[in-house]
Design a protein around this ligand. Sequence first.
Ligand code: ZN
Length: 366
Amino acid sequence: MSWRSELLSWLKELTSIPGPSGREDQVREVVTRLIKPNVDKLWVDTLGNLVGLKRGSTGEGRLMIAAHMDEIGLFVSHIEDDGYLRVLPIGGLPERALIYQRVVLRTRDGRLVRGVIGLKPPHVAKPEELQKVPEMRELFVDIGASSREEVEKAGVRVGDVLVFDREIAEMLGDRVTGKAFDDRVGLVAMIKAAQMIASPKVDVYFVATVQEEVGLKGARTSAFAISPDAAIAIDVTIASDVPGVSKAEWYTRLGKGPAIKIADGRGATGLIAHPKIVEALINVAEKYKVPYQLEVAAGGTTDASIIALNEEGVPAGTVSVPTRYIHSPVEVLDLNDVYNTALLVEYFAEEVTPEWLREVKGRVIK
Ligand SMILES: [Zn+2]
């Protein structure tokens, strides 16, 4: 199978599954099946992170590679007497991405319930209401029920979760559109890297993390358990190469290769990637002719920012797949960027030696 059809089929399968923060179980099952042949040990921890270990030839040094399984979604917070559902967001879900969208809910007994996010008809709305995006508390989900009893009979209860109901679609060239590319595409790149890494010198821990979208929680606990000497997160990043954005704000562009992060977020919540990790990623990209872009992002962050603060600190960086319209049901990416992300991570992991890890971690001065 060509890398293109392999990556596309994994992305298709992984994005077809609902897995908002805290409900990653189905995603974990698929990642388990796909990564299992290429790791020596595989386990699930208390919070639900999936950890795969590929042993290094020297028996020394630990490199952690993380990609998150969860996606943004909605909690059912209230059921109306007339059958409508009220919702609250899981992760950063802008209201304007929700209007008139189809959503899907998986009940406790595994039934799929489909719905739409409706809105007051424009004909009865005041002119000023038509000008603004409604607030979360004004939104409702219509699952076709006429009463609370019908909702309950369908197996839906408060606390159930909804995600966008959207299938992946191929566009022109190697571009695809769909939901939850953030961060199922990171998982795809990580699984591909695990398959390609032949004989690493250090132990490589592949971690499919939980609850990234609600505060990098799985990365925190898994880093504590692994105690890595260095770490890389694989995630999506903002491709703002669209009309209406000045070129000075085109942080990354589609099809120009993985983004090597210099910095993201703002102050306390972001990451300033460790300079030695950045340097090593650039060297590897140049050596093996993998296209790449350097990125200073205006916002957002990844698992790397919390792994960097584990114990006495971990040299950490991020490799990202440029993606347009992040946290919407119509995210767009280029499959070449996905493959090149996997290649960059593969080459980096193969180059890491125990000596280099010791050197990066710090030194005695006197
Ligand atoms: Zn993400």
